[in-house]
Design a protein around this ligand. Structure first.
Ligand code: MN
Length: 228
């Protein structure tokens, strides 16, 4: 079988401690999954079931690369998030079985054109132009769960130029990792290579060209990204 033109390269993430690559299938993102962030965005965290949007696999920006300030916006926000990478999938998974699907974890950023997202929210339109743009998901190397286990508590923070902007703890996740995998699998068929960004703690805000972002998640690692 021949393609009519060469297909785009498979999106991948490096894996810490090996030279093997993790091939990325889909990228799901959960919204408003820390109470303090839901409140800062004007929502009641007690009343909402989880909701998801997607980024494109090629939106991932592997560590070591700069984040180019995107076009058509003047208000790009950082959202530090724990990323969960799946090695297997399925439909209608129970929360009890969900962690068996997890390959590993990474430190990621859900970069957001907040001005465009806000316009789309007001108009009842989809969020893609606010969320799913090029390089919108900077991500560290994956760390295998076989090395670190499954983090359920520990600090998650983001500093810009050394000053803390976001701070939280994984134990503040409203929908826990097994619950969000189970919930997603009721709506979508999950596959090996799927990546889930699990939501951001409070303190989101704008970035500027020249900023140095430093994200950290206890037990998972660090992510350094420069805005250019
Ligand atoms: Mn987010």
């Amino acid at each position: 079988m021949k393609y009519v033109f060469s297909p785009e390269a498979q999106s991948t993430l490096p894996i810490r401690g090996t030279d093997e690559l993790f091939p990325v299938n889909r990228v799901y993102c959960i919204g408003r999954n820390y109470a303090a962030h839901a409140i800062e965005m004007g929502h009641d965290p007690d009343k909402e079931p989880p909701f998801f949007f997607q980024k494109n696999p090629d939106n991932l920006l592997p560590e070591g690369k700069d984040f180019p300030y995107p076009p058509m916006t003047s208000d790009v926000h950082h959202e530090i998030e724990l990323a969960v990478a799946l090695k297997s999938g399925g439909s209608n998974l129970s929360a009890g079985d969900a962690l068996d699907c997890v390959f590993g974890y990474a430190v990621s950023l859900d970069m957001t054109r907040r001005d465009l997202q806000g316009q789309m929210k007001k108009m009842g339109r989809p969020w893609e132009i606010g969320k799913a743009f090029e390089h919108s998901a900077p991500c560290s190397a994956l760390v295998p769960a076989s090395d670190i286990g499954h983090p359920s508590e520990g600090e998650i923070w983001l500093k810009i130029n050394g000053a803390t902007q976001q701070e939280g703890d994984l134990n503040q996740l409203i929908w826990k990792i097994p619950e969000m995998i189970s919930y997603l699998s009721d709506y979508f068929s999950l596959h090996p290579g799927d990546v889930i960004l699990t939501g951001t703690p409070a303190g989101v805000g704008p970035v500027e060209k020249g900023d140095n972002l430093h994200g950290h998640i206890a037990g998972v690692g660090d992510l350094h990204v420069k805005v250019v």
